[in-house]
Design a protein around this ligand. Sequence first.
Ligand code: PLO
Length: 504
Amino acid sequence: MTLILSVLLIILGLAFFSYWRFTTRKQSGSKYPTSLPSLPFIGSLLFMRNHKLPHVFFNSLQEKYGSLYSLKMGPHYMVIVNNHQHAKEVLLKKGKIFAGRPRTITTDILTRNGKDIAFGNYSPSWKFHRKLVHSALSMFGKGSLAIQNIICREAASMVETLINFQDNPIDMAPELTRAVTNVVCSLCFNSSYKRGDPEFESMLLYSQGIVDTVAKDSLVDIFPWLKIFPNKELDMLKKCVNLRDQLLLKNFSEHKEACSSDEVNDLMAALLNAKLKNQQFQEVGLTDDYLLMTVGDIFGAGVETTTTVLKWAIAYLLHYPEVQKKIQEELDTKIGFERQPVLSDRKSLPYLEATISEVLRIRPVSPLLIPHVALEDSSIAEYTIPKGTRVIINLWSLHHDEKEWKSPDTFDPGRFIDEHGNHVYSPSPSYLPFGAGIRVCLGEALAKMELFLFLSWILQRFTLETTDGTLPDLEGKWGVVLQVKKYTVKVKLRKVWQSAGIRA
Ligand code: PLO
């Protein structure tokens, strides 16, 4: 009994101490962002109960608190950034100061306590690690014929499969995912999956399990001590991470055996080679665990993000058939039916490129990015930001800012086309679909190549229609990536393609 009482007293004491620190901070003369109301121990949680998705809710709070405001997620002080000026100050101007990452229970499980790049905290070894991965990726990336061949091979296999599903309502997700997964598999491990491969099916399941449970501000991430209680979500995450580790380890040991040769055909071999040959690798303490977690990042990000964007793109094309028609007209006049699209066609297909840009604007893959942490006392505009503050960049607010975008909720690829009919990177500076600065997405170039080739191959051949007029839901499902809810499509071989008499 006395033990329980003293534990309670300690908890109460700690709660009041944190409340006191929080309130005295406001009186110290510096200017702090306006704060949501906050209570001891639970912080602002009580004032955040609502039905909206977090990015939409944080966007709507601007009306009351302005574009930069703070709140307490349990014990954690957080600042929410909702405009591009502040976002660029955090990501670019003060990128190094805000390059930290919070440690949470779920990301620690996924990444063996932050040994990866996306969720790992900033440090000299992190910097070295990221540089290595960056150069390994560019070895296989930009302008490389090899990568184009890989993507086109998968696009060809996908359209061939889709022909068999013609006119029946289908969920395109598994085929899109297999195509994207095989590109990443070829890059990372120099391997690929056939339809129905049990390892692929298991990967689909574990990856969804991870997306559903990791880094979504669940209670156990806010109050880590909750992990001592039974928790179904955490159990599921651990099971999924175990399955992922088995897959990674299998590839890892196969590569290690083959590593004696100097032949570097994939990313894993490139990283293993770097580890063997680069003295600095050992000096900064990068063990096999780091390597494994990074390949896990590239694989996971490569699959989940690109597949999600493709699903959003198709969902929007179903909602806006006139956009689909315009892309097809562009494809027909610029490419025709004698050959398939290649990367060098990107310049001559501005409307398709603009459509991809617009999809990334209206439904950013990661609407709140991954939280940043201030590594030292700093500021955003005139506001003081103490060391340790978690800074959330609300990309959703940037991409839906009415001061920057005309009718931001309307899907309009035309906004990314200039008066000469060229695709522009962005008509507004309030556009950062891949983030920016030190932690900018490593896969941007690869993602853009895949989105362009997969969509052009599909639309050259097929018209996508709704199933009995049922349109996909456009709200999305909250998680570490903003996923689309499941929907079905009718895939119709285009008349012009039929009469051209070409099949694949
Ligand atoms: C996706 C599920 C995989 O099984 C594991 C994984 C690894 C890296 C994560 C990715 C998931 C989701 C998207 C993330 C990516 C790292 C960078 C990327 C968070 C969880 C984004 C959008 O920032």
